[in-house]
Design a protein around this ligand. Structure first.
Ligand SMILES: *Cc1c(COP(=O)(O)O)cnc(C)c1O
Length: 435
């Protein structure tokens, strides 16, 4: 605390005083120590301010978030030090996340390009001329199928569930947090299940929804979402009426070595955070690099992925950052949406009814209350748009030459997201060293 007070004194009396002479309100606003509104409350240390003051540069890690950091989070710091807040978009290493984890695809790219794409990932762009080639599509699709067979064995080993490698493998793998909205995925899967029960002959492709995630130990609602996905999985996977039209898998102990097995086998990549909350994401990059199509919001690096692959090769849905803030300003009441969306209401009522956990009828109360009482992350507000985007995925899957063209274009368009490019950017804009 002695050091923090010294840093604060220097910052307010030298830096802030020089830029805004005599402006005591500004000193109050930028002080590392926050004074409470109510004198009974304690003072607080503004850790983020301390970080910005102490740092040479501050990186927002993707274009959208860097601009939010400048305009919404630290506008005064950006005025004081206009060169401090910068953007270097994150990247992933193509050695681990393609060459090593997906050797068959790496081999196909090697034999097609005959160039060193691993150390110059932009060269993947040369694959685009093959996107419509039936022979190339066949090889690309066969590799995906081989990887899905391999993942199916892992799933059988870890969960004791047999999945069909010809089904759509729809994957959401990331830390469990309400802003990442695994609960949105869960509600939609319950809706798909319900549609199948109402009409078991429904003409839809077979689907396997795959999750892997850890929650912080004390995060009650996150633990509750994990439990709900697992109870739904137990029900769905043993329901003879829908045999293998729908499977739900929650793989335990999510970690890099497991991600390396899931990512090469993914058809669909779920990147569905509330706009404004995912600083970048890197799972989105790993999955698109391996030919998975993204269903995602305009958040984090998804914005730049959409720019690279083209709007026609990604399934974008949901509220934008500006729409999220408009809705919050107008006053958001999740119950309005719940009352007016018949399918969504039926699914939430089902979750609340205890039917999925007859032995513990109140098991999902924390989740249901979080959705209906505040829904801070706007799950209900984005539900219909998300469900519509899934309908577009189903339609695209039914036209294989169209699907594989999109998948190939995704792999071919990921050049920007190499960590080599990120590190080169760090050298130039942050560390001031030549590479
Ligand atoms: C890539 C990766 C992440 C980050 O995933 P996001 O979807 O970007 O949140 C987290 N955990 C593991 C094990 C990963 O490999």
């Amino acid at each position: 605390m002695q050091l923090i007070y010294k840093i604060n004194y220097h910052f307010l009396h030298n830096e802030v005083e020089k830029h805004w002479p005599g402006d005591h309100q500004m000193k109050n606003r930028l002080s590392i120590i926050e004074e409470p509104n109510n004198p009974a409350e304690p003072q607080m240390v503004r850790m983020a301010y301390l970080s910005v003051i102490g740092s040479h540069k501050v990186n927002g890690v993707a274009a959208l978030h860097s601009s939010l950091v400048k305009q919404k989070l630290f506008p005064e710091f950006d005025e004081l030090w206009p060169d401090k807040i910068v953007n270097v978009t994150n990247g992933v290493t193509p050695r681990r996340w393609l060459a090593n984890c997906n050797p068959e695809l790496a081999e196909l790219i090697d034999s097609t390009l005959k160039s060193d794409w691993q150390s110059d990932l932009a060269r993947l762009g040369e694959l685009k001329i093959w996107a419509d080639d039936p022979e190339f599509q066949k090889k690309f699709a066969q590799i995906k199928r081989d990887n899905k067979m391999a993942l199916a064995s892992v799933i059988d080993e870890l969960c004791g569930v047999k999945v069909n490698p010809d089904a759509i493998f729809d994957v959401q793998i990331k830390r469990l947090h309400e802003y990442k909205r695994q609960q949105l995925n869960l509600l939609h899967i319950m809706a798909v299940y319900r549609r199948l029960l109402e009409d078991p002959d429904l003409d839809v492709p077979h689907r396997v929804f795959i999750f892997a995630a850890k929650a912080a130990p004390g995060y009650l609602v996150a633990k509750n979402i994990i439990y709900a996905i697992n109870r739904l999985a137990d029900r769905v996977n043993n329901d003879r009426r829908i045999i293998d039209k729908l499977k739900v898998i929650f793989l335990p102990n999510y970690r890099v070595s497991l991600a390396e097995k899931i990512i090469p086998a993914a058809d669909v990549s779920e990147q569905i955070s509330t706009a404004g909350f995912e600083a970048s994401g890197t799972g989105n990059m790993k999955l698109a690099l391996n030919g998975a199509l993204t269903i995602g919001t305009m958040d984090g690096a998804n914005v730049e992925i959409a720019e690279e692959v083209g709007e026609e090769n990604i399934f974008i849905f949901g509220k934008t950052v500006d729409e999220v803030s408009d809705l919050r300003q107008r006053g958001y009441n999740p119950r309005d949406i719940y009352q007016h969306n018949e399918e969504l209401k039926a699914v939430i009522d089902w979750l609340a009814s205890g039917d999925l956990s007859p032995d513990e009828p109140d098991a999902f109360r924390p989740l249901v209350e979080s959705l209906l009482d505040s829904d801070y992350f706007l799950t209900l507000a984005d539900y219909q748009s998300y469900s519509d985007a899934h309908d577009r995925i189903v339609k695209a899957w039914k036209a294989p030459s169209y699907w594989w063209r999109m998948a190939i274009i995704n792999t071919a368009s990921m050049g920007k997201f190499s960590s080599d490019r990120s590190i080169a950017d760090y050298c130039k804009t942050i560390w001031n060293i030549g590479l």
